[in-house]
Design a protein around this ligand. Structure first.
Ligand SMILES: [Zn+2]
Length: 440
């Protein structure tokens, strides 16, 4: 695969990337997605010049867009540094064609700052609350298709950006159609949401890139089995490449559960601007999607405001929620164990098999597993950090959350759903729950 990059002739803020396929490339690497658009762009702020973007940064963005589709080799827009070339050796699937031995890797000056891949959602808003105030939040503004109907609505994140700016934060919105490289639309690699930050890094002087990656995603808690993020292929591969490009990961919420980010947002000044729903309007979530189901339930227990019986009934009627709740296991089901257990406890619900809340709680083991650890942070997360930011983030974090005890840490490292998934009691409970849900 060959990737070319150049500034647009018509729009001086636009940088265009063009993908050229070679025989060995794999345009459908999975039944779930395939390569779609072979051209993508970024509309960068005034003053960011194409010529000043470091070749390693052009290469990193090319990889973020193309990685799943590369067959044997990739040729970048410009030759990369030896440091970047070497960091890529961990990948065996394909090679980087060549490097420039005279190219100095990008080394950020000491007064550089953090760029946050900001989505406007709960997790990246909590991340911003933990980062230095001079962090630049960068929202990747996906253009909406002109002809096709979409449920995605930008009203809420756009307003969140404006509110942050009014509150003294530096926020940039960068239009890019990088998500259209893939069909269905989405990031070809999860950290591709940081592509605008990477392109601006040398001119805006960034020395780390932060994401809203929470413990459920980083350490696979709530999934089938715990996996130490520091040893996972994602961190080793992408973490090393970002590092070689002078932009190490700063995963400030990697040791924090979705429950923890909700607590941070309930306490921080900017938490109120967070929104999870991709479909509703500013301060008006759609209340009809899976994210709304999880968020409304979680916020109800965090903010100690019970939902009315009608609201609960409506929640369990959400079509998308029914589909997701019928899965075994349910995605991030530890969070549902927390929400349902706390809901029953706080509002004195009588646990019985007649109400869906109790049934769901039993299904996700909210009645038996400990859930209070989700209100705390996992201290090994600091092992992932660049030294420069450890102290600052820890001090800020401890204003909101306590560290987990050793015993609680072992709940994380021993997390596994395997036994439950093979247990006939839970299989049966799952059938009963699905049956009840379908009739609701
Ligand atoms: Zn929604």
């Amino acid at each position: 695969m060959k990737v070319k990059a150049y500034p647009s002739n018509e729009d001086n803020k636009k940088i265009i990337f063009k993908i050229e396929i070679e025989n060995e490339d794999n345009i459908s690497p999975s039944s779930k997605y395939s390569l779609n658009k072979k051209e993508f762009y970024f509309k960068l702020p005034e003053g960011v010049l194409f010529e000043q973007i470091h070749p390693d940064h052009l290469a990193l963005v090319s990889l973020l867009a193309c990685h799943p589709f590369i067959g044997k080799r990739i040729i970048f827009p410009k030759k990369v540094s030896k440091k970047f070339f070497d960091a890529h050796k961990i990948v065996t699937k394909y090679i980087i064609d060549e490097f420039d031995e005279n190219l100095v890797p990008w080394i950020p000056p000491s007064e550089s700052r953090v760029a946050l891949a900001y989505s406007g959602g709960a997790d990246s808003t909590a991340a911003l609350a933990l980062l230095p105030k001079n962090t630049v939040s960068i929202f990747l503004d996906r253009p909406l298709p002109l002809l096709k109907r979409t449920l995605y609505d930008k009203d809420a994140p756009v307003n969140a950006c404006k509110k942050l700016i009014q509150n003294g934060y530096e926020v940039l919105m960068v239009e890019s159609n990088i998500e259209y490289v893939r069909n269905p639309v989405g990031f070809p690699v999860d950290v591709a949401n940081s592509a605008p930050a990477i392109l601006m890094a040398s001119q805006m002087q960034f020395d780390a890139i932060s994401f809203g990656t929470i413990i459920e995603a980083a350490y696979r808690v709530g999934h089938k089995e715990f996996s130490d993020y520091i040893t996972r292929a994602h961190f080793k591969h992408w973490g090393s490449l970002f590092n070689a490009a002078g932009l190490p990961f700063l995963q400030v919420v990697a040791g924090i559960s979705e429950v923890g980010t909700a607590i941070i947002n309930s306490k921080s000044k900017i938490g109120i601007f967070a929104h999870s729903c991709m479909r509703g309007k500013w301060m008006k979530p759609c209340k009809n999607c899976w994210k709304c189901f999880r968020k409304l339930l979680l916020d109800s227990v965090i903010n100690k405001k019970p939902l009315s019986e009608t609201s609960i009934n409506k929640l369990f009627k959400i079509k998308e929620a029914k589909i997701n709740l019928s899965k075994f296991p349910i995605r991030h089901e530890n969070v549902l164990a927390y929400s349902t257990a706390k809901y029953i406890e706080l509002y004195n619900l009588v646990p019985n098999d007649e109400n869906l809340m109790s049934l769901l709680s039993k299904r996700v083991r909210g009645d038996i597993i400990s859930v209070n650890w989700m209100e705390k942070y996992y201290p090994p997360m600091f092992n992932l950090f660049p030294e420069k930011y450890k102290k600052h983030v820890k001090e800020k974090l401890e204003k909101y959350l306590l560290p987990m005890s050793e015993e609680e840490e072992s709940i994380i490292s021993n997390w596994s759903l395997k036994k439950m998934l093979n247990d006939s009691y839970y299989k049966n409970l799952n059938d009963i729950f699905i049956e009840r849900l379908s009739k609701h």
